[in-house]
Design a protein around this ligand. Structure first.
Ligand code: NAD
Length: 454
């Protein structure tokens, strides 16, 4: 397998992919070692994972450099990602005892009832490339804390980062036979589905997630899917600082080149503030520096995957053909690297792919709406259900709107953010199950009910 730098199209490294046999061997070792990792106890596992978190800090420049080289995100955003993973790990290790220890529910008249959170066993984690540290951390950290062994398949676009993660986990003290990575692309993922794993935790596209869910259903083991989104954002007529709202919401749409599962993908603006919002928004987007991701100050680097450039181009061309207005951007950049200009479209409709299908790139459609009711109707018109955001000075207005949109997350005056303390979960085509929070810590366990009469 060739690892390509998306900024230069050069081959960074050639790596040998796993075979069906090597995967089977890895699983056998994981299966054999898992009970001893569980017996080690939660306290010791927490200490080891805390050591891993510290190693991320010590090695941040090297890790960020590797991430930028293989996925193309600007170096500062790569550093931010590693820092973000560290704070998630801190929350998870700080709360592991609270949520993974045995829980006494009732105790009276000689009868104690308690819940014990037992590990699933050996879990498979098939992962995405857009935030390998963050989406990986959401799964393999709580899985390891809970006493599981993990077969982790980084995306084929973030394999070197997967190898760094494995190296540092082992250096921190996770036994080599407790965390293994599966190297390769789709076929390696397919072989993981054939293995008798005790749980499947997937982060990626709706199409692959649906396929995996169907494929593993007959195994009768937990399967959790964190999938894509077409996340809407509404700017109401009472926002005060239009310039700040425009800048914040543009960042929500274009950070990481729009390649975030919770990127803002559609914007609806109340007609009273539409013109001023649009003017500030376009000004902000035009100010973004595009270029080599290693260059200081660059905010828009290349897209990670070549194919995504074609998808974005098709969405933009279709929108323009059917009457959209282009305010800035609109084209791929000639020369080496998978670059596409940050693009703002208005006069878009829900008949266009750009407003209905996940773009996962630097393009945004903005629509004018006459009131909250129209905004709610438009926001709810999607197959997805990951996040939704409302900007208004009125909290109750925001909450009332957000409750009417079927999404796993609601944002008031913020967007494109994830908190370790809150469940991260999708609805409809955005998936099911939760990572992070108490729910995410317990997602990798099976509860055992004890009825104990003395
Ligand atoms: P993808 O579905 O193409 O691939 C994800 C993983 O699945 C990769 O490791 C890939 O090798 C593997 N895979 C592909 N086909 C497979 C198959 N048939 N069987 C088994 N494994 C297979 O997704 P991607 O391009 O890596 O990630 C982008 C998508 O992920 C976007 O839709 C994004 O919104 C979503 N995402 C969601 C979240 C979330 O938390 N909800 C987070 C990050 C990314």
């Amino acid at each position: 397998m060739n690892i390509i730098n998306p900024a230069t199209e050069e081959i960074i490294k050639e790596i040998e992919e796993d075979t069906q046999e090597s995967l089977r061997e890895k699983l056998d070792k994981l299966r054999w070692a898992q009970p001893s990792w569980n017996r080690l106890g939660l306290e010791k596992r927490i200490t080891i994972i805390q050591r891993f978190e510290k190693l991320l800090e010590d090695d941040i420049e090297r890790l960020a450099g590797t991430l930028t080289a293989e996925v193309g995100k600007p170096l500062q955003q790569a550093r931010n990602e590693v820092k973000g993973a560290r704070s998630r790990i801190q929350w998870l290790t700080d709360h592991a005892e609270e949520y993974l220890s045995d829980e006494i529910m009732t105790s009276s008249h000689g009868l104690t009832e308690k819940i014990s959170y037992e590990p699933l066993g050996v879990v498979g984690n098939i992962s995405a490339w857009n935030y390998p540290y963050l989406v990986g951390t959401n799964v393999f950290i709580p899985a390891l804390l809970a006493g599981n062994a993990v077969l982790y398949k980084p995306s084929e676009y973030s394999t070197l980062t997967g190898q760094e993660i494995e190296r540092l986990l082992i250096k921190a003290g996770v036994p080599a036979d407790i965390f293994s990575i599966a190297i390769g692309a789709k076929s390696v993922g397919e072989w993981m589905l054939d293995l008798p794993l005790d749980g499947y935790f997937f982060t990626g596209s709706y199409k692959t997630g649906k396929y995996i869910y169907e494929k593993v259903a007959s195994k009768m083991v937990p399967c959790q899917c964190e999938l894509g989104g077409k996340d809407p954002l509404y700017v109401a007529d009472d926002v005060v600082d239009i310039k700040a709202v425009a800048a914040g919401t543009a960042d929500g749409a274009f950070y990481n080149n729009g390649q975030s599962c919770c990127s803002v993908e559609r914007i609806y603006v109340h007609e009273k503030v539409y013109d001023s919002y649009l003017e500030e928004f376009v000004k902000e987007v035009k100010s973004y520096k595009m270029g080599a991701p290693t260059e200081a100050g660059v905010y828009i680097g290349p897209l990670t995957r070549k194919e995504q450039v074609d998808i974005i181009e098709e969405q933009v061309n279709e929108a323009i053909k059917y009457g959209a207005t282009l305010h800035t951007g609109g084209k791929r950049v000639d020369g080496k690297g998978f670059y596409f200009e940050p693009t703002v479209l208005t006069e878009v409709t829900h008949e266009m792919g750009v407003m209905m299908d996940e773009s996962f790139g630097p393009v945004i459609g903005i629509m004018k709406v006459k009131d909250d009711a129209e905004a709610i109707e438009k926001m709810a018109d999607t197959e997805y259900g990951l996040t939704a955001a409302v900007y208004t000075k009125d909290e109750s207005r925001a909450e009332s709107i957000l409750r009417k949109v079927n999404s796993g997350t609601g944002y008031w005056n913020c967007c494109d953010r994830v908190s370790a303390a809150l469940p991260w979960s999708g609805r409809k085509h955005s998936g099911f199950g939760a990572t992070l929070s108490h729910a995410g810590l317990r997602a990798f366990t099976k509860p055992k009910a004890f009825h104990l009469r003395s």
